[in-house]
Design a binder for this molecule. Structure first.
Ligand code: PGA
Length: 250
């Protein structure tokens, strides 16, 4: 049975002190969430170590929001996969649409990142999703299929087994405009089929999260869909009670 996951992407929000407070508030309520649901939080790099301390012993997973496409060395401003592991991370978000859009991350770069992350034992939370123009042109299946193929088809089955996929339609991120459960389900089913075409039965074990204005009021309907295994939560992850309410929506 594949894992159910609710992951909080804090993006570039909170100071270290605020982040530790938020992590403590999530930790304090985490025992209300059934053991079948894994909670993960992804604070900014600067917060990883103290947030890791704050969630110690709770079972909440620690994730970064990005990692370098190089192992180590003269790459000013970058953070390497083994540094993330040494800071206590088990996961890293990769290929978020904000990274693709504002920082020029290409599929070619993401191939390197996904390879390095998995080689160091991190589980990538690999994001895919079409923008509004692509959706309106009816190209969403094609765009998402290409994103999955271009990056994840380069992995061995062993490394693919570590990957969590997040479908995040760009037009739904931070806009308050959520994909309907039907729109999300049909893309999730498509993603699972694309994974199955290369990796066979493993596709049934891969967790596929929905992201994009997911909140307590719509999580239940989304999570009831057969191919939606949880959520990657932005705005609503900055409030511990909303984040926990989403995790209680299965
Ligand atoms: P949102 O962000 O929940 O604020 O729409 C989701 C994400 O970008 O991961």
């Amino acid at each position: 049975m594949r894992k159910k996951i609710v992951a909080g992407n804090w993006k570039m929000n909170t100071t270290v002190a605020e982040g530790v407070e938020l992590a403590k508030a999530v930790a304090a309520r985490s025992s209300e969430v059934p053991a079948s649901v894994k909670l993960i939080i992804a604070p900014p790099f600067t917060h990883l170590v103290p947030v890791g301390e704050a969630i110690k012993g709770t079972g909440i997973g620690l994730s970064a929001q990005n990692c370098a496409d190089k192992e180590k060395g003269a790459y000013t401003g970058e953070v390497a996969a083994d540094m993330l592991v040494s800071a206590g991370c088990g996961y890293t978000i990769l290929g978020h649409s904000e990274r693709r859009q504002y920082y020029g991350e290409t599929d070619a770069k993401l191939v390197e990142k996904v390879k390095i992350a998995t080689a160091h034992g991190l589980s990538p939370i690999f994001c895919v999703g079409e923008n509004l123009d692509e959706r309106e042109a009816g190209r969403h299946f094609e765009v998402v299929t290409e994103q999955v193929k271009n990056v994840l088809y380069t992995l061995s089955a062993e490394d693919m087994a570590k990957v969590i996929i997040a479908y995040e339609p760009v037009w739904a991120i931070g806009t308050g405009k959520t994909a309907t459960a039907e729109q999300a389900q049909e893309i999730h089913a498509c993603i699972r089929k694309v994974v199955a075409d290369k990796f066979g039965d493993l596709a049934g074990e891969i967790t596929i999260l929905y992201g994009g204005s997911c909140k307590p009021s719509n999580a239940k309907e989304l999570f009831a869909c057969p191919d939606i295994d949880g959520g990657l939560i932005g705005g609503a992850a900055l409030k511990a009670d909303d984040f926990i309410a989403i995790a209680l929506s299965f």
